[in-house]
Design a binder for this molecule. Structure first.
Ligand code: NAD
Ligand code: ZN
Length: 325
């Protein structure tokens, strides 16, 4: 589509000069790719909580500044890429500029092809980070079809996809998050069997056990961006169960009572995105129509408001920004 397009010198982008400083929607130069890179035109970019962590400077890992954030970009090859098919790439938006701009640079070796069957670029954008990450985490949990997995943070971006990948793998899903909107999303659109509101429950451990026949879920995928659920998961997971830590809240520790951990023989592990083979596996689920988590499409200009809503836990599912032509 973009093959014969003139590439402009300037483009619109969301930029911040230092962590925590205001986001500026402004024109910046279109980058020039090196010989092993491609220039890609971005159509849509998902907004991941990681982008918010990067802007706030939450992690003990330096952020390049000034920075164009974003790493869930659905891209089309630009003129210099000389590619036939649409492609997409999870750009870091952390140490290099990401997908909250019209044209981005990607390493030619790392551009993941979107299968031609995936026509809806907005819907496919969240798969390469959120979808891939939760697919990998579910694999790491070593659950098998018929078993129960609890997803904490189930109504958010990663969580909504985790519910759907889990269902597609034949698992029973217990969703944990807050608000009626997220309850409705998890139960009626994402196929969860039950929902527990962490903000209103008096005893989350008792409620999770009660919802799983008294024993607790076989695995817990913690995608919440807050610390508390990591410790709670170790308490309610079933003996021999696995807690997979995925969320990356600022300064958090995953703690567990040693006596509980030892006597229940539980596993607590971390899971970080996934490799290129797993990217294709995650995309395969999408290609077969098994993943259809609802997305909210907004405009690139709305990023500051989207960050505010993510921070306030108001967004059910994933926001995908439409990047201007
Ligand atoms: P999100 O804001 O869309 O979703 C987080 C959800 O957690 C929200 O729905 C929120 O209501 C819920 N939540 C908050 N506190 C909770 C609690 N106490 N119990 C249960 N739910 C709670 O965020 P996202 O984009 O899905 O990202 C989630 C986290 O995963 C972020 O920290 C992000 O940086 C991290 N992440 C990790 C990887 C990885 O490879 N490990 C990849 C991508 C994102
Ligand atoms: Zn992400």
């Amino acid at each position: 589509m973009a093959a014969k397009e003139e590439i402009p010198k300037l483009q619109w982008a969301q930029v911040f000069d230092k962590c925590g400083e205001p986001l500026q929607y402004k024109q910046i130069s279109v980058p020039i790719p090196e010989s092993d890179e491609v220039l890609v035109k971005i159509k849509y970019s998902g907004v991941c909580h990681t982008d918010l962590h990067a802007w706030k400077g939450d992690w003990p890992l330096g952020v390049k500044t000034p920075l164009v954030g974003g790493h869930e970009g659905a891209l089309c090859p630009g003129q210099r890429a000389d590619e036939q098919l649409c492609a997409k790439q999870a750009l870091s938006g952390y140490t290099v500029n990401g997908s909250f701009q019209q044209y981005a640079i990607a390493n030619a070796m790392h551009v993941a092809r979107i299968p031609p069957e995936c026509k809806d670029l907005a819907a496919v954008a969240p798969i390469l980070c959120a979808g891939l990450t939760v697919y990998k985490a579910l694999k790491q949990s070593r659950v098998i079809p018929g078993q129960t997995v609890a997803i904490t943070g189930a109504g958010g971006g990663l969580g909504s996809l985790a519910c759907q990948y889990a269902k597609a793998m034949g698992l029973e899903v217990l969703a944990i998050d807050t608000s009626e909107e997220k309850r409705d999303l998890c139960i009626n659109k994402l196929g969860a069997t039950s929902f527990i509101d962490f903000a209103t429950t008096k005893d989350i451990v008792a409620d999770v056990k009660a919802a799983t026949g008294g024993l607790g879920p076989h695995a817990v995928i913690v995608v919440a961006a807050s610390e508390k659920p990591f410790a709670q998961a170790a308490e309610y997971v079933r003996p021999h169960g696995t807690v997979v830590c995925v969320g990356l809240p600022h300064g958090a520790r995953a703690s567990a009572d040693v006596f509980t951990m030892v006597t229940k023989m539980i596993n607590i592990c971390g899971s970080y995105v996934g490799n290129r083979a797993e990217t294709q596996e995650a995309l395969d689920f999408f290609k077969k129509g098994k993943i259809g988590a609802p997305i909210q499409i907004r405009s690139l200009q709305d990023l500051p408001l989207v960050y505010k809503e993510i921070e306030e836990m108001k967004i059910a599912g994933r926001v995908v920004l439409e990047v201007p032509e």
